[in-house]
Design a protein around this ligand. Structure first.
Ligand code: PLP
Length: 370
């Protein structure tokens, strides 16, 4: 049996007529840049995440960079985030000349540990720390109440990295409407994926979102009038049409992911691996189903030899990436992050996964452990 980590073809096969019609519609009206397609999807996505507004941008990375800029983060400022995430979380901070400050994660949820944020703030008095970017990693929301409380006391911005958390909830509230701004990626393999690069910034502060809207489109306020230096980082109309066709399916896909996660966890119960912890106050959307073992590389080889597309998210913490070692992060120590990076294995996870496939993967994991 061959079971990929993600199967984009299975999803397209299920909704082909809707996707093809959306693409054809854009080809027919040729409104390729912004316009009604983008506006419609922005409105639908804002409603989906219970946010006042949403601004479509070219990628999740662009979303993070534009959100930081809209909050006024300047070169020389510092932004607290995690090193156990995809590179773009920190890269966006660096792209605008600010400096990421990496803190450790909670050993159960793998999201930013608010105690370390507080600890870092207590060490500083120069006022350069301006924002926190919690990452709702693998689809599990970070501890937002604690973070918002810290942010209020220290006058910091909170920008959610919700690239892996479409539809996730924290204490009943959707990720995407809790921080000052939130950033989504619609990279093809995400829970809501485009057929190319795409992203979104959401939130409830209309002035901030209006600034993101200007920045994504060359700082433009009207034709040939540019208020500020911005970027060409608009959401593509074709991608907006495709995403708009997919959005009505997202809840069913998310429930399917959650069901698969329950099944994996049940089948792996009692085995010598750590299965994902789901905090009781969250709706985890299982962008990835990640288990831990100290024999990670051997397990990976075992699974791959059986046709199972297991992955690692993420093998090199950001403070250990060559790009950041050159920036002077060599002395940073993050024990929980470093251990997690050495032990994580992502099992196949996508809505169309069948019960037989899940049983086959779980059996292969058990076989290795015995
Ligand atoms: C946590 C996280 N942040 C940021 C990004 C960047 O998104 P994009 O690839 O759309 O630029 C991704 C996805 O790739 C991600 O997983």
């Amino acid at each position: 049996m061959q079971i990929p980590l993600v199967d984009l073809k299975a999803q397209y096969a299920q909704i082909k007529p809707e996707i093809d019609a959306a693409i054809q519609r854009v080809l027919d009206h040729t409104g390729f840049i912004l316009g009604q397609e983008v506006a419609n999807f922005e409105q639908a996505f804002a409603e989906y995440v219970d946010a006042k507004d949403a601004v479509g941008v070219a990628s999740g990375t662009a979303a993070l960079r534009l959100a930081l800029q809209a909050c006024g983060i300047q070169p020389g400022d510092e932004v607290i985030t995690v090193a156990h995430t995809f590179f773009a979380t920190a890269e966006a901070i660096s792209q605008i000349g600010a400096r990421p400050i990496f803190v450790d994660i909670d050993p159960q949820t793998y999201t930013i540990d608010p105690n370390w944020v507080e600890d870092e703030l207590n060490k500083r008095s120069d006022g350069r720390l301006r924002a926190i970017i919690p990452v709702h990693l693998y689809g599990q929301p970070a501890d937002m109440d604690a973070l918002v409380d810290i942010a209020q006391r220290h006058d910091l911005w909170v920008i959610e990295d919700a690239a892996q958390a479409h539809g996730a909830k924290y204490k009943g509230r959707r990720c995407g409407s809790i921080g000052h701004l939130a950033c989504f990626s619609f990279y093809p393999s995400k829970n809501l994926g485009a057929y190319g690069d795409a992203g979104m910034v959401t939130g409830n502060d209309e002035a901030l979102l209006a600034k993101v809207r200007r920045l994504r489109d060359h700082g433009r306020t009207r034709k040939y009038e540019h208020q500020e230096i911005g970027w060409g980082e608009r959401l593509d109309a074709l991608q907006a049409a495709i995403l708009g066709a997919k959005l009505p399916h997202l809840e069913a896909w998310t429930e399917a992911r959650r069901g698969h996660a329950r099944r994996y966890t049940k089948l792996l119960a009692g085995c010598d691996v750590v299965t994902p912890y789901e905090a009781p106050w969250v709706r985890h959307v299982y962008h990835l189903y990640v288990i831990r073992t100290s024999r990670r590389n051997d397990l990976l080889a075992h699974l791959r030899a059986r046709g199972i597309g297991a992955g690692v998210h993420y093998p090199i913490p950001l403070h250990r990436q060559p790009a950041y070692l050159r920036e002077g992060y060599g002395d940073v120590r993050l024990p929980v992050t470093e251990q997690a990076a050495a032990e994580m294995v992502s099992l196949p996870m996508y809505p169309e996964l069948g019960e037989g496939q899940i049983a086959y993967v779980a059996e292969a994991v058990k076989e290795f452990l015995q």
